[in-house]
Design a protein around this ligand. Structure first.
Ligand SMILES: O=C(O)[C@H](O)[C@@H](O)[C@H](O)[C@H](O)COP(=O)(O)O
Length: 234
């Protein structure tokens, strides 16, 4: 008697499939880099936002030596780690679980009240990690920002040009002050991934590709003139 196989609803969801494919890619990258130098640590730089949630779920139980992996963020809201929109909280809850709980996480905030006051200490701490990163995973907003490189950011130019590791950032378009890795630091990676979902993001990316020179208009353009792996799902 023939038996029907019911496909898993998750397996047919393109966003889930994309997240799983990206998790495979990242696990292979970390495994390769850890094997290349058994004495070294590997660094993974992740983004916040809503897009990475299924990615983190797919990645956190990949079988690799997470005890040799350091994880940090591309950017952060300058809020306490228990705030609902803290990227650190998001990473702790969704990525540093299962096998990946053996990784070491480096947040982008400290006890200072403002990012301008805390940035130098965070910058020194993050610069001391094992750069170049194995992989950087970027998201993108509808205004073409990535990390906290906002078109209306008060220190966008500094973040695009500075050799400092981190830069404080405030923008009228977002409610909290931020801290972001500088473009120079974000480029210190062996692999750069842009992880996007939805037709609206596809449209923004098409617009960005139309003229990659005008970076301050759509800051994602700063990453479009170098190798970039695009993981997109409708
Ligand atoms: O929110 C953050 O922490 C990141 O700064 C930001 O760059 C994010 O990656 C994009 O805004 C996309 O966000 P979504 O994944 O929520 O669309």
């Amino acid at each position: 008697m023939a038996s029907a196989i019911t496909p898993s609803p998750l397996a047919s969801d393109p966003r889930q499939q994309t997240a799983e494919a990206l998790a495979e890619y990242l696990a292979a990258a970390l495994t390769t880099d850890l094997a290349a130098d058994p004495a070294a640590r590997a660094l993974l730089v992740v983004s916040g936002g809503s897009t990475p949630k299924p990615l983190f779920a797919a990645l956190c139980d990949k079988p690799l030596d997470w005890s040799r992996v350091d994880i940090t963020l591309a950017d952060e809201r300058w809020v306490s780690e228990d705030a609902s929109d803290s990227n650190a909280r998001f990473v702790r809850e969704h990525l540093l679980t299962g096998a990946a709980s053996a990784a070491t996480f480096y947040p982008l905030t400290n006890g200072e009240a403002e990012p301008e006051a805390g940035c130098a200490e965070v910058s020194a701490r993050i610069a001391a990690l094992s750069w170049p990163a194995s992989a950087l995973i970027l998201g993108m907003g509808g205004d073409g920002h990535t990390a906290s490189l906002f078109p209306d950011g008060d220190r966008l130019e500094e973040a695009l040009e500075s050799q400092e590791c981190c830069v404080p950032m405030r923008a009228p378009s977002v409610s909290q002050p931020r801290i972001t890795l500088s473009l120079a630091r974000l480029r210190q990676t062996r692999r750069t991934v842009l992880h996007l979902t939805g037709a609206d993001k596809q449209d923004v990316l098409s617009r960005a590709l139309g003229n990659i020179e005008a970076v301050s208009e759509l800051p994602i353009r700063a990453f479009l003139s170098a190798p970039l792996a695009l993981y997109w799902a409708p």
